[in-house]
Structure formats: structure tokens, C-alpha cells
Ligand binder design. Structure first.
Ligand code: NDP
Length: 316
């Protein structure tokens, strides 16, 4: 059956993404699909497909005919390990080159800001001081990218294109041209000790939660910068804050936090060497992602396995 002939009910849930835009993008691919917002779900037993970002607890209860869960994003940590997931239903993530490009844009911006010493010029400008600082050669600046998946590998290559020395780290061995790749826990301390800038691009799993402990943060050379675009809980936030205060960490660009929104009284807000953005380094883009969602719905409809399935046991 062609995608244009597929019927059935899809339920949408996200507090961050615009329903009408997603509905229209999906309708363009799947005109016969019955798309409902979670607030007007009707009988959950009618739902065959769920497109959801951080659905509330119990969301999947009574969806007895569910055949596919599409995570409206790349990180699936808020989906795996839930009690209400129907057994055996595949979970897919969005794997969208436009999403990877948007993320790489953020990572490039944040990394180059440090590589070109922009924070020191921002401070000097506040004081009206012409503070010349000779630019460093990009190859003398070592950037470690932890996590070389869809988003991490793309960002690492963009950084490499800027002439920076890029070190990559992942769970299993990876080969990426021009990037010094290492894998496994026993190499992490070495990678950290060689990084002037470290970019976190790991999924949040039982293995990676708290990975950037105080001891690991202290492995970084004094004055190193941390960029976290992955998940706040990868880092011991209290230790990070202290090390930013002591100058062991020279600066941090943080898009994600242990608690979001970051509470108004959190000291990070007021630190001069910290740049905060409210979890938007990259987002799923309806116009480019709708096609792969439609393709997966068509595959499931035809009894085939969907693409970009995550492994709940692995956590990503
Ligand atoms: P992928 O699942 O494609 O890749 C994950 C990478 O992390 C892989 O290289 C994997 O290794 C590595 N990894 C996983 N576990 C470990 C471990 N225990 N030790 C070492 N390496 C590990 O993820 P994406 O690149 O698509 O996305 C990364 C994360 O970015 C997402 O999980 C999400 O949390 C976050 N994100 C944040 C957004 C934002 O706006 N701030 C937007 C989108 C995503 P291997 O190659 O061996 O599998």
C-alpha cells in the first residue's frame, strides 16, 4: 500500500512543538491518516501510531492497538524505562540531517566562541577596554566530542572543517576521517586530559548518567571549556558550578540542565563565564522529518520493521 492510502489514527503529544505544523506536514505525506492531538484522543484503543515528546505518565495506557511509537526528537531517555510502554512495540527516533545541521550550527558557534576568545572580549567591552589578544591557530585547539552518533559525528566533522584538532569518543570504535577517535571507558580520562574544549553529545542512559563527575571534570586541563548540548544529568551540576567558580573550568555553554527550566535561584544564571540557552540547540523540523515518519508508518502498515529503531535495553 502506498503512503497516500494509509489510514488509521495517530496521536500527537508535545508541549514544545506546534501541533498544527506537524499535522499539516504529516497530512501532506499521509492524507488519509486520522491525526489527533492528545487532548482530543477519544478512544485510546483506536490509536495505532503515537508521535510524542515527553508524554505524561500513563499516556500509553489502554492503547491496546498501538503499533509504533515515534519519539519526536533524537534523545529517547524520557521514553525508555517507563512503566506504561506496551511490550514489543518498536520505538523510533527522528534521524534528520536538518536536525543534525542545526545542532552542528550551535556546537560550531559555541566552540568557535571559545576558540576565538570571544568571552574575554565580551568582558573587556563591558569595561570599555581594547584588549588585544592574538588569535590562536585552530589546529592548536583540541576539541573533544563525546558521543559520535547522528548528531555528534556530524558536529565533529564540521569542527574539523574549521581546522580544529578534533578528538572523538564513543562506546564502540568509530572511524571518522580527520578525527582522532577513541572508544570505551578506559580511554575517557585520556581524552578529557587532552581537551581544551569538551562537547557532550551523548545520550542519557544508565551508563552515561553522571559520567562527568567531579573527578572527570577535574581531568580536564585547567581553564578548559565545557559545552553541554546533550542532557543535564550527564554532569554533576553542583561540581561543575564549583569548578566554574574556582576557574578550573574556564567557561561553560549549557543548553541542558539537571532540572529544566533551570530554577531562577540557580547560581549558574549569574556566572560571568557561563552562557545559558533554554534547551533548543536543535529541534525536529516537521517539513524534513515528516517524510521519514510517513515511511516508517508505511513500513509498519506493511508488516515490515521500521527504520531508526532504538534499543530500549541499550537506552538509545
Ligand atoms: P545517537 O544515539 O545517534 O549516538 C549516541 C552516541 O553516543 C554514539 O556514538 C554512542 O556510541 C555514544 N554512546 C552512547 N553510550 C555511550 C557510552 N556509555 N560510552 C561512550 N559512548 C556512548 O545520538 P545523537 O547523536 O542523535 O544525539 C545525542 C544526544 O543529543 C541525544 O541522545 C539527546 O540527548 C541530545 N539532543 C539534544 C538536543 C538539544 O536540543 N539540546 C536535540 C537533540 C538531541 P556508539 O557509536 O558506540 O553507539
Amino acid at each position: 500500500m502506498r503512503a497516500s492510502e494509509i489510514s488509521g489514527t495517530l496521536v500527537f503529544h508535545s508541549e514544545f512543538d506546534d501541533y498544527a505544523t506537524w499535522r499539516d506536514a504529516l497530512h501532506a505525506q499521509l492524507p488519509r491518516l486520522d491525526i489527533r492531538h492528545a487532548s482530543e484522543i477519544g478512544d485510546p484503543a483506536e490509536v495505532r501510531y503515537a508521535l510524542a515528546w515527553k508524554p505524561p505518565a500513563g499516556f500509553f495506557d489502554r492503547m491496546v492497538n498501538l503499533r509504533l511509537i515515534i519519539n519526536l526528537g533524537a534523545g529517547v531517555d524520557s521514553l525508555v524505562g517507563r512503566q506504561d510502554l506496551p511490550a514489543g512495540i518498536p520505538i523510533t527516533r527522528i534521524t534528520d540531517p536538518n536536525m543534525a545541521r542545526m545542532m552542528a550550527g550551535y556546537v560550531l558557534f559555541a566552540t568557535l566562541r571559545y576558540a576565538r576568545d570571544i568571552p574575554s572580549f565580551e568582558q573587556a567591552q563591558k569595561k570599555g577596554v581594547w584588549a588585544y589578544r592574538h588569535p590562536r591557530s585552530p589546529e592548536d585547539i583540541r576539541v573533544a566530542v563525546l558521543g559520535l552518533g547522528e548528531l555528534g559525528a556530524y558536529a565533529a566533522q564540521e569542527l574539523r572543517r574549521q581546522g580544529l584538532t578534533v578528538l572523538g569518543w564513543s562506546r564502540s570504535p568509530r572511524r571518522i576521517e580527520g578525527i582522532q577517535c577513541r572508544s570505551g571507558m578506559d580511554t575517557l580520562d585520556t581524552v578529557l586530559s587532552q581537551a581544551d574544549i569538551v562537547v557532550l553529545m551523548l545520550p542519557l542512559t544508565p551508563q552515561t548518567r553522571g559520567l562527568m563527575s567531579r573527578a572527570r571534570l577535574q581531568r580536564l586541563p585547567r581553564g578548559a571549556a565545557l559545552i553541554n548540548v546533550a542532557r543535564g544529568a550527564l554532569v554533576d551540576q553542583a561540581a561543575m558550578t564549583e569548578l566554574l567558580g574556582s576557574g578550573h573550568l574556564g567557561g561553560a555553554t549549557l543548553d541542558v540542565f539537571e532540572r529544566e527550566p533551570l530554577p531562577a535561584d540557580d547560581p549558574l544564571w549569574r556566572m560571568e563565564n557561563v552562557l545559558i540557552t533554554p534547551h533548543l540547540a536543535s529541534v525536529a523540523i516537521p517539513s524534513s522529518a515528516a517524510k521519514q515518519i510517513a515511511e516508517n508508518i508505511a513500513r509498519v502498515d506493511q508488516g515490515q520493521a521500521p527504520l531508526n529503531v532504538i534499543d530500549p535495553a541499550r537506552g538509545y
